[in-house]
Ligand binder design. Structure first.
Ligand code: PLP
Length: 435
């Protein structure tokens, strides 16, 4: 399959180039040239398919034969290796728990798949690939854990000193091996701008092959469609036929994956794109004006995005027609107060502990579902990742999953950089050439 740039349909690329470079040469995002419909046979077999097999059957249309089918089957089995249960929280709302992976957030799914695809493509590349990623918390840990131990790839995680939570920091700074964590004396924006400078530095690019691992990479968002199919299969078993899916959204990669699944034939009644008070998309739905803005900090910080990078893909899937988009998708913004009161209420009423992102999904469904409708929200992170917020509300300690404890007991090892580019560059070069 070929992939085209959202800036120019004629500018096409093969899979390998699209994955290694992430962005098209004209800075557009890559989209698959076509979205195939899944066969009758697939739908018949779906109820009994394990997650890895759903991954293989749906993603092979995009990744094979560039990756031979036998290898790809192993790759999907290995990438999608943790449970994703659909848990009924109330009579009409269920949680799709995406947080049972290594770093307890849904980004593990895309990151694990991306790492394995990239490793395949770098194997015959002749030299190491260096992944640079700036993080405000969650992305760094998912990417670092996804790539941990992958041959031929070095990962550099840049994070702002003192501005990520202890839990988040430990999840990437204790790994070692091919992962280098760089504490930057600055803000997240400084980290991001250092990464951007590195990508534009011809001198550096002559010495090293650089790539990024954020959700603009098609091999990071496409694998996320797997759990939409899996959610549907479980919902049918639980007695629901038409599903409404609510996606807590920041950069809109997750929603894009769901929409691709829909285009392949997934029966969804309606999608809900829920945001926090960074309400660029809900405002666009309401007014028809798309106006980006600086991001505002909220308790659901992984969704603090004022310029959602993947929304262009959503538009692309519907020929940029807002009217058509609105026939399938609702969008709503949830206030901070509602995040807190929803965590409180759902715990008291149903004994279920939501994290701030999942709370946004739950609340949005509560507001938008009509009588008799069933809704599924994507529970994107484990509440134990946000103890500062959640424990205060529910009034007790959250039990930490074992793998989180293991991180917390690990020994931190970091490099330290100022926000001045020269220093960062030297660290990257030293580490990359030493390996
Ligand atoms: C990244 C993230 C989101 C937002 O997902 P997008 O694909 O960027 O819309 C939501 N919740 C959590 C916990 C996240 O880490």
């Amino acid at each position: 399959m070929q992939y085209y740039s959202t800036n120019n349909k004629e500018l096409k690329s093969d899979l390998k180039n699209a994955v290694i470079h992430g962005l098209a040469a004209d800075k557009g995002l890559f989209m698959p040239e076509e979205i195939p419909a899944l066969s009758q046979e697939f739908w018949q077999k779906l109820p009994n398919m394990p997650l890895g097999e759903i991954g293989f059957e749906t993603l092979k249309h995009f990744f094979c034969p560039e990756i031979p089918e036998d290898d790809f089957r192993k790759l999907t089995d290995d990438a999608f290796n943790f449970p994703i249960p659909l848990f009924p929280v109330s009579d009409n709302i269920s949680a799709l728990e995406l947080f049972h992976g290594p770093t307890l957030a849904f980004k593990d799914i895309g990151a694990r798949f991306l790492a394995r695809v990239m490793a395949r493509f770098t194997a015959d590349y002749g030299c190491d690939i260096n992944v640079l990623v700036a993080t405000s918390g969650d992305t760094g840990s998912a990417v670092a854990n996804g790539f941990l131990g992958v041959k031929g790839v070095n990962v550099f995680v840049l994070y702002p000193k003192g501005l990520v939570s202890e839990v988040q920091e430990k999840q990437f700074t204790t790994l070692g091996q091919n992962i280098t964590s760089i504490e930057v004396d600055g803000t997240f924006d400084d980290c991001q701008s250092l990464v951007k400078t590195a990508f534009m530095d011809d001198d550096l690019k002559q010495q090293l092959t650089l790539t990024s691992a954020n959700s603009i990479n098609l091999a990071r968002f496409l694998p996320q469609m797997v759990y939409y199919f899996y959610a549907y299969a479980q919902a049918v078993k639980q007695g629901h036929d038409k599903i409404n899916i609510c996606v807590p959204s920041g950069n809109f990669g997750n929603l894009t994956a769901g929409l691709v699944a829909y285009k392949m034939g997934l029966p969804v009644n309606r999608f809900v794109a829920a945001t926090n008070i960074n309400d660029i998309v809900p405002k666009y739905f309401e007014t028809g004006v798309y106006q980006t803005a600086p991001s505002i900090a909220t308790p659901a910080n992984a969704m603090d995005v004022g310029d959602p990078s993947n929304f262009i893909r959503v538009q692309e899937l519907f020929n940029k027609e807002l009217k058509t988009i609105k026939e399938l998708i609702d969008s709503i913004s949830i206030e901070n107060e509602d995040i807190f009161s929803t965590i409180d209420k759902v715990y008291k009423k149903f004994n279920y502990i939501l994290d701030p992102h999942g709370a946004i999904g739950y609340k949005a469904l509560e507001k938008l579902l009509t009588d008799g409708e069933h809704g599924i929200f994507l529970a994107t992170a484990h509440p134990a990742k946000f103890p500062e917020t959640v424990e205060k509300i529910i009034g007790k300690e959250i039990k930490q999953p074992e793998r989180l404890k293991a991180f917390l007991n690990g020994v931190k090892s970091i490099e330290v950089s100022s926000k001045e580019y020269g220093m960062l560059k030297q660290i990257v070069i030293n580490r990359a050439l030493k390996r």
